[in-house]
Design a protein around this ligand. Structure first.
Ligand SMILES: Nc1ncnc2c1ncn2[C@@H]1O[C@H](COP(=O)(O)OP(=O)(O)O)[C@@H](O)[C@H]1O
Ligand SMILES: [Mg+2]
Length: 289
């Protein structure tokens, strides 16, 4: 059973990781856009902590901050007011990736930073030919240097989000299990499938992540059940609990696992990383069989 407006090809795309093979047989990064048009659902927290968790399992990870608020940048321990180059320089000024990337941040992953300058990118991009695929083109050159590339999307559907969707293999949707969540999700899925039809027909749903979850809340449980009914195994088994350490860690300038590794939040994101790796291995085995 599917929600109205959800394209079936989106639902069928396998959330495989690293299952694309390069010319030389080397694996290339799986590019995952973390998106939800709603603000405050845990997109940035998920990007930072999932990137750090995968890096801790020796995966090569790049995080791209596309939100002019620069929260993922700050949460990675990089000062958005001091950083020299951002996604703006990559997308608009066509500086090389090597010039723009910040290597080995506090979360042990690489970062393309964002700050207020990125707001200008949103507008400048409109002037370009093939403006939807500038990020895709920029990443094509470095995709074999990483196992995972995450893109932290702004909470709106602008040209930056379109660039993220056209560069990505799949979309990871963090959501809070609230009353209107399913409605919002239907709208988002609809948007994603329309966008995909235009700029990236291969775009799939990586997974749906329940964030800030409180198991004692009956409504949260109801919404969670409905989610599983509609989206089946696209819903990650791992849930991210509401945990103060996750909210505090950014002011410490590091992902939660480097701030309080025994916290429920840090553990939940490590578990999510494990789930994503397991899924990818299963998909690879299924492909080879
Ligand atoms: N699991 C969680 N438990 C407690 N606070 C959280 C959790 N996830 C996110 N937060 C806090 O909620 C706010 C919104 O999260 P954020 O990741 O910035 O959302 P988004 O990027 O979708 O706007 C932030 O202040 C963040 O620290
Ligand atoms: Mg954010």
């Amino acid at each position: 059973m599917q929600l109205a407006g959800v394209s079936s090809n989106l639902m069928q795309t396998e959330p495989g990781i690293n299952n694309k093979i390069d010319r030389q047989g080397d694996s290339v990064a799986r590019i995952i856009a973390v998106a939800n048009q709603k603000g405050g659902v845990g997109k940035t927290t998920t990007c930072v902590n999932l990137a750090a968790s995968l890096a801790a399992t020796k995966r090569r990870v790049l995080l791209i901050d596309l939100d002019p608020q620069g929260n993922a940048t700050m949460g990675s321990g990089v000062d958005k007011y001091e950083v020299e180059n951002t996604a703006y320089e990559l997308l608009v000024e066509e500086k090389s990736f090597d010039e723009v990337v910040v290597r080995n941040t506090a979360g042990k992953y690489d970062l393309i930073a964002a700050n207020g300058d990125v707001t200008a990118a949103e507008i400048k991009l409109m002037e370009f030919f093939a403006r939807e695929i500038r990020l895709r083109n920029a990443l094509a050159k470095v995709q074999d240097e990483y196992d995972f590339i995450f893109i932290d999307c702004p909470p709106s559907l602008n040209m930056l989000t379109v660039n993220a969707m056209s560069a990505a293999d799949s979309v990871l949707v963090p959501m809070q299990c609230e009353y209107y969540a399913l409605e919002g999700l239907t709208a988002l899925m609809d948007t994603i499938s329309k966008l995909a039809a235009m700029v990236n027909p291969k775009l799939g749903i990586e997974g749906i992540l329940r964030t800030m979850y409180d198991p004692r809340n009956r409504l949260a449980n109801d919404v969670s059940d409905q989610l599983k009914q509609h989206f089946g195994d696209k819903v990650y088994r791992t849930v991210i609990p509401r945990n103060i350490r996750l909210a505090e860690a950014p002011s410490f300038g590091a992902p939660a696992m480097y701030y309080d590794k025994s916290s429920a939040g840090a553990k939940a994101y490590l578990a999510l990383a494990g789930e994503i790796i397991r899924r990818s291995e299963q998909n690879q085995q299924a492909k080879q069989a």
